[in-house]
Each structure stands twice: as C-alpha cells, then as structure tokens.
Design a protein around this ligand. Sequence first.
Ligand SMILES: NC(=O)c1ccc[n+]([C@@H]2O[C@H](COP(=O)([O-])OP(=O)(O)OC[C@H]3O[C@@H](n4cnc5c(N)ncnc54)[C@H](OP(=O)(O)O)[C@@H]3O)[C@@H](O)[C@H]2O)c1
Length: 420
Amino acid sequence: MKSAGIASRGLVLTGVMVCQRPITGLRRLQGERGGCVEEVQRREPVTEPAGLCRAASVRAFEAVSTARGPGDTITLNDGNQMPILSLGTVGIVSIADAVLTPAVTYAIESGYRQLDTAAIYRNEVQVGNGIAEAINRGVVSREDLWITTKLHPNVTSREGVVPAIRESLERLQVDYIDLYLIHVPFNLFDAPDHDIVNIWKGMEDAKALNLTRSIGVSNFDINQINRILNETDTVPAVNEIEVNPTFSNVDIVSYCQKRSITILAYAPFGFMVQRPFVLYDPPLSTFEEPILRQLARKYGKIPSQIFLRSLVDRGIVPIPRSTNFRHIVSNMNIFDFQLTSEEVDAIIQLNVDDKVYSFDPEPLEAMMSYYGYPNYHGFWSKPNSLKLTINHSSSGLRSRLDDGQSLALMKSRTLVSNQE
Ligand SMILES: NC(=O)c1ccc[n+]([C@@H]2O[C@H](COP(=O)([O-])OP(=O)(O)OC[C@H]3O[C@@H](n4cnc5c(N)ncnc54)[C@H](OP(=O)(O)O)[C@@H]3O)[C@@H](O)[C@H]2O)c1
C-alpha cells in the first residue's frame, strides 16, 4: 500500500460566515440554502484549536490528501497505514448473504482495501465470507486488507471488550482486525456501569493482545474525546463520524485532525440518497446539488464522486456503502482528479447541520427496525412503534426502485416497525 501524502494544513485558507438562522427541515434546506451564505472573506492563519476559540460560524478544513488510488494509505497516529477509502456494509440483514457477500468480494477485486462493519450490523459473517472468497481467489492476502469493526453498544465494561472482539474475529474468520472502534459513546442499554473511559481501557487490552492493530472511537464529540485524552494513555487513532453535504461536521473534524485523530466519514451521501428509515417530507431528489453538479461538469465526474473526493481532499477517509456493482466502481473512481481548496470550502459551506443518523430512541428504533433488528436485545420493542412514511411516488425513490437490488426488497416489506 502506498502512502497518500496527507498533511496537516495548519491554517485556514478560507473562512465563510454562514447565517445562524435555525433550519429545521429538509424542505427549508433546499429553499434557503442559497440565501444562507452572507459573507465570504479571506482570513489569516489561526493557531488556536478550531471549534473552541474561533467563532462557531467560521468554516474551514485542516488537512489535505493527495491520494491517487483506493489502496493509498494515510498514516494513523499509532504508525499504522490505513487505506484512504472504505466500503460501508450496513444493510438489511435478511439479504446480506445474497447481496453483501458478493459485493464485498467484488469491491476487493475492484481495488477497495478497507471494509467497515460492526457487531450490531449482524453482518460480520457475510463480510468475512466476502473477504475469504477474495483471498481464496488469490486477489489479495489478509495483510493487504484493512478490516474495521465495532464494539457492540451492549458491552459497557472493560471486561466485556476482549470477549466481544474475539467473537467478532470468529464471525469475520480472521485472527486479528485492523481497527476496532467503540461504536457509540451513548449508554443505549441503560447499563448502570456504563463509562467510556472504562470501555476504552478494554480497547487498550484488546490492542495489547494483538487482537486489533489500531483502536478508535465513533460518534464521539469533543467532550468525549477529551475524556479519553485526559484520562487514558492511548489517543484514539480515528473517530468515525457522519460527514456529508448537509452535515459538514467541521468543528469535530478540525478538533480531531489537529490532534492527529483521523476522521472516517460515514453516510457520505447524506440526503442525496433515500433514507427510508428517516421520517422526512418530502423526500429529496437525488444528487441535485448545483455546486456538486457544476464541479462534476468541470472534472468530467458525477456529483457523488465530487463529494467523495472533497472528503479525501479534506484528509477524511470516506465510507461509501453500495451493493450495486456499478456504484462500487463509481465510488472508487475519485483518484484521477483533485479539487481546489476553494472548491472544497464551497462544498463545506453546503452544511445546514442536518444529519441522517440520530441515536435518540425514536429514530434509532426506526432505523434498527428497517435494517431488520426488531426487538434487538429487547431494546427496540416499544408498543407505540413508528410508522415509516415512504413516498413511493417521489422521483428519487422511484429511480432507486427501478435500479433494483436492495430496494426491490422494500416493495415487499411491511413498512411498519415493531408491530407487536
Ligand atoms: N459508526 C457509525 O455509527 C455508522 C453509522 C452509519 C453508517 N456507518 C458506516 O458507514 C457506511 C456508509 O453509510 P450509509 O450506509 O448510511 O450511507 P451512504 O454510503 O452515504 O449511502 C448508501 C446509499 O447510497 C447508495 N449509493 C451508493 N453509491 C451510490 C452511487 N454512486 N450513486 C447512487 N447511489 C449510491 C446506496 O445504494 P446502492 O447499494 O444501490 O448503491 C445506498 O442506498 C455504512 O454502510 C456503515 O458501514 C457507520
């Protein structure tokens, strides 16, 4: 694997004031985005931590990458080399054998070198099968791959971590993983002993036993990162968080990058793709963002590729998920061009603080139910379950249904969660 040449920018190239009006819904998002930028100005370099001392309205990015291929790597703060692109794998459990396993094998054959799974996705077996198939075919050896998985949120003590990673290793059919993450800092299971510092010590135990090469966190905010930094001996190698056009997540990205904590970006397509588990009205059409379209024309690319490349150019490792072979290849073809810093900044400015994933009980229940985890550990079993409102007449969803693959299944699904 070739190092991608990532560098801390250490200064802010461009600052843009964005309006502070609250934007509550996606309908407003589309209508008001254009009017939201009030002032553009060039700013002097700053030395203080982003997100702490600077005005909250100033946007910037902190790192650059010159990656030229999906196997290029960035160097983590523990010295390990992590591939610059990952394949997301969350999905509907019941079709993982049929859909996910071949997608994993195909992605590796195409050039992906990192896979992102989690114990709670209940698909580590299928991901492992896809990896084993690629290895059996002689496409790669285990050492060529970077496997990321995550601690199940129901593990809330230091003692639970090593047994949990051993279970993941068994499901993935490997002797070690490359990156193990605390999936969420939240106490989703209301465990009386829940403490992220204590859990992090268990992560350190797993690393000391060589069960994982690197350890990191996911969905951690600045305060939670600081607790790990101040109260333990190991700096997380990565923080995996949501980053997409409507959720640039600049403050936490900057904060982590300034501390050499690499960002893995999940849900990179945000609301440019359908999110059937999110209650929203109306569903957005896909990939319509004018700036992305304009840049796509300039570089001979498509909007999804422009956004993925903007992440790479920010020194962020994207985790696009697809089981569609055409999309798998398309999402990888982002290494023959590079955006200017002004273009990356313009994409960052699309932010309206609207994110796809929420860990509050109701949206969490809807999401888990959609993916096929009803009553998981008895947690998502509320009698007043949510109805998932899906507008089948929306152009975006219609095109996705025409596209077949995983959403064909939605036609036959009962779109009501936890009916009992
Ligand atoms: N750490 C965490 O808490 C956390 C949370 C959420 C997600 N994740 C990870 O991040 C990964 C990515 O997030 P995500 O799955 O929510 O969303 P995503 O990658 O932003 O979007 C996936 C959707 O986009 C579609 N798609 C992919 N490539 C496309 C293309 N080129 N053109 C049009 N549509 C395309 C996919 O459909 P097709 O399959 O049909 O292409 C799928 O419906 C997950 O799979 C998971 O591994 C982590």
